[in-house]
Write a protein that binds this ligand. Structure first.
Ligand code: PMP
Length: 278
């Protein structure tokens, strides 16, 4: 695989990052995942905006190389050859001489980009396939999940618990209110209204979430950003998960119970998938 590291495109096995990089010692960095179809990044400006936002929130100076990010992704896409790719962009506060909570004054951010083959959302071609299996769990993550940091222990912990059965996604709730998935945002259809948790809950401002909300603005399918209780969640007519690599996918099992209870011939979610036009 060809990767980008601090200004150069090189082979993955030649890429070297110091173990004293704060990404390694503190998880002190942010990331972004951008899908790209036929060498055309999807919602590039929105991803770049969120990346800059995450950096600003962590007081990491914006690396100048971000001005050329589109060209770098174009080059990487060509070199890695897959038709559709997902780019992983990680920026840390940088490397310092000794491990210390305090960062050195002139520390320079590390920027690292990889790309891998991206599988097209299987629900596009087979909307009839069985939906995802998820489980509900209390949200144990920190209070700033609006920042896309690489410190994801809270997101991945339960997925590695050998006492738990594996599933497609874990959906976090706090005080009985749904927040988001461990790697996706959540939408439900309840009483024929599309609902999604508000960003006031300090969840990740998903680029796909925003795309759906904006695409449906001023249509009959307008999305309401409201608190979703566990009770509302269990009564929903449809449950969707969204992310940049999944687009939108339906859920059919929650904690091994078939949900939504009623199967419909007229699901709304396949109509929303048609908005993903790239
Ligand atoms: N929430 C979390 C916790 C995530 O990790 C992701 C995936 N990055 C999302 C939501 C979806 O965000 P996006 O649509 O920008 O991929």
């Amino acid at each position: 695989m060809w990767v980008f590291l601090n200004g150069n495109i090189l082979r993955e096995e030649e890429a070297r990052i110091s173990p004293l990089d704060r990404g390694f010692t503190f998880g002190d960095g942010v990331y972004e995942v951008i899908p790209s179809y036929n060498n055309k990044p999807f919602l590039f400006d929105e991803h770049l905006e969120r990346l800059k936002d995450s950096l600003n929130k962590l007081f990491i100076p914006l690396p100048g190389v971000l001005d050329e990010l589109d060209t770098i992704l174009y080059e990487l896409h060509k070199k890695n050859k897959h038709k559709n790719q997902s780019f992983y962009i990680q920026i840390t506060r940088g490397t310092q001489d000794i491990r210390s909570h305090d960062a050195e004054k002139d520390i320079v951010p590390t920027i690292f980009i990889t790309s891998q083959s991206l599988q097209i959302n299987p629900y596009r071609n087979s909307p009839g396939r069985i939906g995802l299996r998820v489980r509900l769990e209390e949200d144990i993550r920190w209070a700033r999940c609006d920042i896309k940091t690489t410190g994801l222990t809270g997101n991945i912990l339960s997925a590695h618990d050998p006492s738990k059965k594996s599933c497609d996604e874990i959906i976090f709730y706090k005080d009985g209110i749904i927040n988001e998935g461990s790697k996706s945002n959540v939408f439900i259809l309840l009483d024929q209204k599309i609902l999604t948790p508000s960003l006031d809950q300090k969840i990740l401002p998903g680029v796909t979430r925003r795309f759906i909300i904006e695409s449906l603005r001023d249509t009959d399918l307008e999305v309401k950003e409201v608190p979703i209780s566990l009770d509302m969640f269990h009564r929903s007519e449809e449950i969707w998960l969204t992310s940049s690599t999944k687009e939108l996918q339906p859920v059919h099992f929650v904690d091994n119970i078939e949900l939504p209870k009623k199967r419909s011939q007229n699901y709304i979610w396949p109509k929303i998938l048609n908005y993903f036009d790239y």
